[in-house]
Design a protein. Structure first.
Length: 284
């Protein structure tokens, strides 16, 4: 749609400040928060570090290059989506509306079918490959029941995937609105990444020399700055989405947080996790 639509796009119309911030600055930031899911592939690829070749070198490169590549692609799509037809016509409408204006008949149907099937297939394939990895580590460390991490003869963690299957059914059975699902899941995803930033800060604080050996050549001071900036950005982005959710939903998240704290301080309070920071991952 990008190559077909760019010549028909009114760039000046899109870049007009009244259009960029049509619903105010807060709405613009919440849009950025939602679009963070577009780069989720680069965010979660670290979960596959145990299966990647030369993970210490390749994963950081993939994160950087894929994020920039996808970012450029989405900018082009956004320009066409917002610059071919008037804003009031395309607001809250699917891309098919603009695609019909910019693509000939056969290409339009190929776009609609191919984009839908391609997006669904690639998202499912990527999710099934990484989503169980952190929980498998938690099972191995004793933070979750070890039996939950059992795999079949093909190495598939069928128990964990079954759990995710039923979790995925919940919004379908309860007929949740897609807008609510998107805001809820994206806000939770952003909040969970705060713990990654906290872990980076703690790593820089206690083992800064290990960071300096990484392929990214980052020292402890830079890591601390990045961690703090990341926490601030994540808090701002997630809060713009949480403000659009009901008090009941916020309360539900609060209850989940309390349950996790109780679990950590009771059930797994005495679990000792092996320190694997000295493992040379750059050669694996």
């Amino acid at each position: 749609m990008g190559t077909q639509g760019i010549p028909k796009t009114d760039i000046a119309y899109v870049m007009d400040s009244s259009h960029l911030f049509a619903n105010g600055g807060l709405a613009f930031v919440s849009t950025l928060a939602l679009l963070s899911s577009a780069t989720s592939g680069a965010q979660v690829i670290a979960e596959l570090g145990g299966e990647a070749k030369d993970a210490g070198r390749n994963i950081p490169r993939v994160m950087v290059f894929s994020t920039f590549g996808v970012g450029i692609f989405y900018v082009l799509i956004a320009l066409v989506a917002a610059g071919v037809l008037a804003m009031d016509q395309v607001a809250n409408q699917p891309l098919t509306l603009v695609a019909r204006e910019t693509m000939p008949g056969v290409a339009f149907y190929l776009f609609v079918i191919g984009a839908a099937l391609g997006a669904t297939a690639t998202t499912l394939n990527a999710t099934l490959s990484w989503v169980t990895k952190p929980l498998l580590v938690a099972c191995d460390d004793g933070l979750l029941p070890k039996s939950l991490g059992n795999v079949n003869k093909h190495g598939v963690p069928w128990k964990l995937l079954t759990v995710f299957y039923f979790v995925g059914l919940i919004p379908l059975v309860l007929r949740f609105d897609i807008a609510f699902i998107t805001k809820f899941t994206t806000a939770n995803s952003l909040l969970s990444k705060i713990f990654v930033c906290i872990a980076l800060f703690a790593l820089a604080l206690k083992s800064g020399d290990i960071l300096e050996k990484s392929s990214m050549n980052i020292n402890a001071a830079k890591a601390k700055v990045l961690a703090v900036v990341g926490i601030v950005v994540l808090c701002v982005l997630s809060s713009t989405l949480l403000m659009n959710l009901s008090v009941k939903v916020i309360g539900f998240l609060g209850i989940l947080g309390v349950i996790v704290l109780v679990y950590v301080n009771t059930v797994v309070k005495d679990v000792k996790i092996e320190n694997d920071l000295l493992v040379d991952y750059t050669s694996k």
